[in-house]
Write a protein that binds this ligand. Sequence first.
Ligand SMILES: [Zn+2]
Length: 501
Amino acid sequence: MLYGKWRPRGFDEVVGQDHIVRTLRNALASGQVAHAYLFSGPRGTGKTTTARILARSLNCANLTDGEPCNTCPPCRAILAGNALDLIEMDAASNRGIEDIRDLREKIAFAPSDLTKKVYLLDEVHMLTDGAFNALLKTLEEPPPHAVFILATTDLHKVPATIISRCQRYDFHRVPNEAIIDRLQFICEQEGFSVPRDGLLAIAVQSRGGLRDAITMLEQVTARYGNAVTVEDVRAAMGQVSDSRVAGLVSAILADDLGTALEIARTVADDGIDIARFTRATIDLMREIVPEALKREPAAEHPQDELIAATRARADGVRLLAAAIAELAKADFRLDPASPIPLEVACAAVILGGGLPAQPVAVAGGVPAAARQPVERPAGGAAPAPVPSNTPLSREEKFARDLYEHCKMVNPSHAMWLNGSFEVLEMDGAELSLGFQRQMPMGKVDTVCRAMVEEQAAVILGHPVTLKVTLIDGSAQPRRETRRGHLAEAAKAMGATPVGKD
Ligand SMILES: [Zn+2]
């Protein structure tokens, strides 16, 4: 295991926790030893490693500036993992009161091969209430030869009475730069060749956990050999190459179906998670649309080329909105490795322009839309809406689209829009929504406002300001009209009225 092999042997090698090792080293150098330490922080950030270094420093015969020598008999015994007086306990599996009672009985005995008996309790938040009480009694009157090091990923589950008995150290997520430097060092030692962008991708994915980052490096090199490309790293981690996501959006904006299908196919051929790739494409388009809608888009946006391409088309925003809706419909559950749902979505968008596409059936792997191309009006203007199968009014269709769009952005906020409002005005600069109940209206007015305005602008193709009104259901003639409208629609589909009528 690469992680075990390159585990830091001294405080000076611990990565990204300078604030902790400096304090510990100074205290040890001046002979200040606490009887209980509490290490808290995310997984894989060096808590156990630091605890073992501390255990050696507490027992080292040749301590220098707080650093253990790693060569004296106590240091060697701890490094070899056979020191009787370093007792490591995983509280996740020894969490009961009996385990702590057992510990309390043995702690009284003098150490046998070290000068300090060191108890390292990992995941200490897992202890039961009874075990915590027993531990607290020990922490209140510890024998002078005993030192506790408690480690936890979940500090808020540790009782305050325990925390107050310990010297507390909070471990931070390791910054990407520090992870990259450490991975680079390991690569040099092991003879691996990984480009810096590949190491960055690993660091980002590890979210500040150095142990996870080193494990990922090990997996990538085990799979692809000692010389690894950025693409190898991304493929190994199921990540998506940014250039192809942007390439697909660019192809959609250029009406280039050939390139779009080629990208979908190569992504699938490379074994990249195609659902995740599609999701990344949707995310990128959602990033572009609001920029394209601005009067003056940000001067140095990383996607400035795609934003310019969107603005260059009269129907650019409408096209991307249609593409977001189509790609969101692509269902990969039946065959996660197949690019067909993505190909169908691309064909529907590019051949149909900004049109709301009809449902597309897949026959023999050829998208139906590809066999029946929809003619685009000349001049690139937005085509007229195609009459829908169901006779929904524009307002009702917009209400439904708004809910669906918002659901993709933030499902828990979107629930305030689920059937709780009606559209009073949608054609001008003001989008007016009427609510019958205070609660959803308040939520839409406050926490959902930015999302609603943004998504409404995407659907309508122009910026809007949201206005909400409380409406009295009984006094609303519009509602009666609406109901009659739905009843007519239901009758048209063959429904028979029931009830008093
Ligand atoms: Zn030593």
